[in-house]
Design a protein around this ligand. Structure first.
Ligand code: FAD
Length: 373
């Protein structure tokens, strides 16, 4: 059986970025992805500028590819209170349909081999990995787990959270709305959840929300839920009243877990959501997925080049740098989500943040990283 240098499981932002980064050194890389490109994904599609310089070093200038520049942020509560600020670093709006496809095309050009099938098993023996996908076996020196929030693979790896039920679900659609500002990302709170609005490269506005299953289950139907719960926030009502849906049906996902996860499992280096999902209200999951792929790629390059740098050291270094870079952000994300969904504190919290723009910027900075190259 051929031994590949690196096998990547999952071709979202984390997997594709690692493939692009490592392929610059000429390694033999295989990436497994369940769905062919391009495809839509449930995501707010606001990407923080902190990864813009790094993506440029990989040959991807998202603004040149049509991403929308986003400079302003606003947040509102269900009771109609709204405050706004300039974003410290700013960001870009681009659909996952376009973004993931861009990375896929670039990685293919750089020699990454893509297999469109689902990985069902990974085992590690005698310093090598063995992967099963579509009843075929593959082998590699290094495996990156970049298969997102949740996959059947988590169960086969005995990851605790995968055996539990999780109470969050998310809905996303694109809309035509001529009045929504080009440079804005807006976050609007409603009972049991919150929704984000921002423009994408083709001028449509992405509306993506997260809600607790408890809040949703009384209605069980997205249109009904939008009318009875989401639209209680007047800003969301105004938006939905004026907007024309682009998708025939919105996309939805359930069983979203925000539990703590391990960044290494059975010697597999986990990247992106597979290592930890930040609450979507932070708007930083995509940047974290890209950044974690960069961190893993640097160490994997070291491991494959230098025979004195062993696997134990690789794993120790990855765990340390992952924790140092992301653990605090995840902690702030959890606290913020708690505040935003707490009926008692949300109004006072947003009013206090609104009265002191410095405080709002401080909170945004705590859930984001610095620019990376
Ligand atoms: C409601 C919501 C809104 C969000 N909004 C934003 C936002 O505005 N800004 C932001 O920065 N972040 C946002 N995020 C977070 C962001 O979407 C994620 O952090 C990001 O997509 C993580 O990328 P990833 O590569 O880790 O995973 P993914 O993009 O999910 O990619 C994982 C890939 O693995 C594939 N896969 C799964 N299992 C297997 C398998 N067994 N074999 C092969 N392939 C497999 C899947 O098909 C998928 O393509 C949001 C998240 C949610 C839930």
């Amino acid at each position: 059986m051929k031994i590949h240098d690196v096998i990547i499981i999952g071709g979202g932002l984390a997997g594709l970025t690692a493939a692009l980064d490592l392929s610059r050194y000429g390694y033999d890389i295989v990436l497994f992805e369940t769905n062919s490109y391009p495809h839509h994904k449930v995501c707010g599609e606001y990407i923080s500028n902190e990864v813009h310089p790094y993506l440029k070093t990989l040959g991807l200038d998202l603004l040149a590819e049509g991403a929308v520049e986003i400079t302003d942020f606003e947040i509102s509560t269900q009771n109609g209170y709204k405050t706004a600020t300039k974003l410290p670093l700013g960001g870009m709006g681009m659909s996952r349909y376009a973004l993931d496809n861009l990375l896929y095309e670039k990685a293919s050009q750089q020699g990454v081999k893509f297999f469109f099938s689902k990985v069902s098993e990974v085992t590690y023996k005698d310093d090598l990995f063995f992967i099963t996908a579509n009843d075929e076996s593959y082998s590699a020196k290094v495996v990156i787990g970049a298969y997102g929030k949740r996959s059947a693979l988590d169960k086969s790896l005995q990851r605790g959270f995968s055996f539990e039920k999780h109470s969050w679900l998310a809905v996303k659609g694109h809309f035509k709305n001529s009045t929504f500002p080009q440079n804005l990302v807006a976050l609007h709170n409603f009972e049991g959840g919150y929704g984000g609005l921002s423009k994408t490269e083709d001028g449509s506005v992405n509306f993506c929300y997260l809600t607790s299953y408890n809040s949703f289950k009384k209605y069980g139907d997205i249109n009904e839920f939008n009318r009875k719960v989401v639209s209680k926030n007047t800003y969301l009502k105004e938006f939905l009243d004026e907007a024309d849906p682009v998708f025939e049906n919105p996309l939805s996902i359930a069983q979203i877990s925000f539990q703590k996860k391990e960044s290494i499992v059975d010697h597999i280096l986990m990247c992106g959501d597979t290592a930890g999902l930040i609450h979507p209200l932070c708007g930083n999951g995509m940047a974290m997925a890209i950044h974690s792929a960069k961190l893993a790629s640097e160490l994997i390059h070291h491991f494959l080049e230098d025979t004195t740098y062993d696997r134990a050291q690789l794993e120790k270094d990855y765990r340390q740098v992952w924790n140092r870079t992301f653990k605090r952000r995840l902690w702030y994300g959890r606290k913020l989500q708690h505040l935003l969904l707490n009926k008692k504190y949300i109004d006072a919290g947003i009013r206090t943040a609104g009265a002191s723009k410095g405080l709002l910027k401080f909170i945004i900075a705590k859930t984001h990283g610095k620019s990376i190259v």
